[in-house]
Design a binder for this molecule. Structure first.
Ligand code: ATP
Length: 323
């Protein structure tokens, strides 16, 4: 591999810049040329590609978002779109890619890699922590901290007014963000897709009187069709239990922004450098993961498999610590 392209795709996540920086510098360190591809797969198709030098990534490690911009791209789902993308790679002499993004982006990377026999290494860039084979993803820790700080503020109001708050957070079909935020913020419960599939978590909470010993409560809810979302759950409670003073707070996009935490910057730096190492070792179609603080190579197929299990130990921690 003499020349690589790097892109960010799908939802942005804090730490993506730190990853771009590490990938760029590791490639140059190893004598490769590096091309920054703007707007994810979209820019690969529309040829928004620029050669990067070490100073192209100066002063970005502390910035949220992604200097390469990110996008969703329907055209890359088509053979014609991917053909144009491949032709643009050839035009610039790019012979391998590092794709930073979530499960959709890595799915696309897998399809593209197989079609054109291109070495592609992925980095898990998503606040959702919904990829298999890695304990954590780039952006997850920052999002957890942002949610925790918001929860501390909401708690002041919840306590003063003796209210029941449903706070909706991101995560798609993965409850890690809600569950760990609930633990970190001392919330009463987390309504998450993995458990909602099996039982009516809200009914259980109501039966328990939302922990009778407390005058205010905070419940984290994953934004997902499976949980129904915070608004729906609150409506259900209001109808059945008018005695509860219920409020909803949807944290929305503020969860995705902000300067990355030390943990995310370090993770992104390690993973970025590991991506280049993987290419040097002739790895392809793998995502860089981290397990027990060691770098691991996870085949795309396994990384994107939608069967990430929620930790029973974490569920128990929340249950016991919120009695
Ligand atoms: P996040 O989890 O933060 O939303 P993501 O990477 O999962 O990020 P998606 O919108 O699902 O975000 O996917 C990003 C892009 O990846 C899509 O817009 C599309 O260009 C590409 N992609 C996804 N799935 C495929 C596929 N099956 N074939 C080709 N390209 C795909």
């Amino acid at each position: 591999v003499k020349s690589i392209g790097v892109l960010t795709s799908g939802g942005d996540a804090p730490g993506m810049n730190a990853a771009i920086r590490a990938v760029t510098r590791a490639a140059i360190f190893n004598g490769m040329r590096v091309f920054g591809i703007y707007r994810g797969y979209k820019g690969l198709i529309s040829n928004e590609i620029e050669e990067f030098k070490t100073n192209s990534v100066s002063n970005i490690i502390q910035q949220g978002g992604t200097i390469l911009k990110t996008a969703r791209c329907e055209e890359f789902m088509t053979e014609a779109g991917r053909k144009t993308a491949y032709e643009n790679m050839q035009r610039h002499g790019i012979d391998a890619l590092v794709v930073i993004g979530g499960d959709g982006s890595l799915t696309g990377a897998g399809v593209f890699a197989n079609e054109y026999n291109i070495p592609i290494v992925g980095l898990p860039g998503t606040i959702d922590n919904d990829l298999n084979g890695t304990d954590t993803t780039i952006g997850y820790d920052t999002a957890l901290n942002t949610i925790m700080q918001s929860m501390d503020k909401i708690r002041d109001t919840a306590t003063s007014h003796e209210r029941l708050f449903f706070v909706e957070v991101m995560g798609r079909n993965c409850g890690y963000l809600a569950l760990n935020s609930a633990i970190a913020s001392g919330a009463e419960a987390a309504i998450i897709p993995e458990i909602s599939m099996e039982k009516d978590q809200l009914a259980e909470l109501i039966d328990q009187g939302f922990r009778k010993s407390k005058s205010s409560s905070m419940v984290l809810v994953t934004e997902s069709e499976i949980t129904g979302g915070a608004m729906n759950l609150a409506e259900r409670v209001k109808k059945q239990y008018p005695q509860y003073d219920v409020r909803v707070s949807i944290l929305g996009h503020l969860q995705r922004g902000g300067s990355p935490t030390a943990q995310d910057r370090i993770l992104a730096s390690r993973m970025g450098i590991a991506a280049i190492q993987a290419l040097l070792e002739n790895q392809r179609n793998v995502m860089i993961g981290i397990r027990e603080n060691e770098i691991d190579y996870v085949p795309f197929k396994r990384a994107i498999k939608k069967d990430r299990e929620i930790s029973p130990e974490l569920l128990e921690v929340l249950e016991i610590s919120s009695i």
